[in-house]
Design a protein around this ligand. Structure first.
Ligand code: TYD
Length: 204
């Protein structure tokens, strides 16, 4: 089973992924957790380019293709080989829906062109289930400011950008209702996790 987690920055993905991983391991599954951008060694090098404040001139299409390049590598190097094992589960912190929401919606490339390139970059590997942690920007900012540190290139986007990202996630959930599950991430973490467990139990 291939599971992905999506949502704007600060929506609580890391917490839910850690819980899901521990729970599935406890049930005897062979679980691989990885993240985008990064995940593979080459992906980490690409991610460094994407985060570097020096590249303020980076164009939306350049950014999208770098994310796609990192994803192509991750799919071939880690995801597909792991899924070929017995009892295997792969959990990814962001996958191609991040590009559709951030580059397609946020950077206004458009949902359709991004989904077309996504199919090429992933070789058509679609998650079995995708959890979208839905949160408004003000709440996520409060959570992020508790983490501290200066914002990097990707975090310096304006609020209107994140509003478009969130809207694109909503559009995507409506387009792919079987695969994508919209979760209200303003609820307590245990409540969100309970829903994740129920959805996974129904599918495993
Ligand atoms: P990072 O700090 O690595 O992850 P996170 O915020 O999830 O902990 O930053 C990833 C950033 O990259 C995040 O702002 C979302 C963005 N992103 C895209 O714009 N497009 C993509 O395809 C992916 C995978 C991420």
């Amino acid at each position: 089973m291939f599971i992905t987690f999506e949502g704007i920055d600060g929506s609580g993905k890391s917490t839910q992924i850690a819980r899901t991983e521990a729970w599935l391991r406890g049930r005897g599954y062979d679980v691989l957790v990885s993240r985008e951008p990064g995940g593979s060694e080459l992906g980490i090098a690409i991610a460094a380019l994407l985060h570097d404040p020096r590249w303020s001139s980076m164009r939306p299409r350049t950014e999208f293709l770098l994310f796609s390049a990192s994803r192509a590598q991750l799919v071939d190097e880690l995801v597909r080989p792991h899924l070929a094992r017995r009892n295997a589960i792969v959990i990814l912190d962001r996958y191609d829906d991040s590009s559709t929401a951030y580059q397609g919606g946020g950077r206004k490339i458009g949902i359709e062109p991004v989904e077309t390139v996504n199919r090429f970059a992933t070789g058509g590997l679609v998650p079995d289930v995708t959890f979208v942690l839905d949160l408004d920007w003000d709440t996520s900012l409060q959570r992020l400011s508790r983490e501290g540190g200066a914002p990097d290139r990707l975090e310096q986007n304006a609020r209107t950008f994140f509003d478009r990202v969130r809207e694109a996630y909503h559009t995507l959930c409506a387009r792919h209702p079987k695969r994508m599950i919209l979760l209200d991430a303003s609820q307590p973490a245990e409540v969100v996790f309970g829903r994740i467990q129920r959805e996974l139990e129904a599918r495993l």
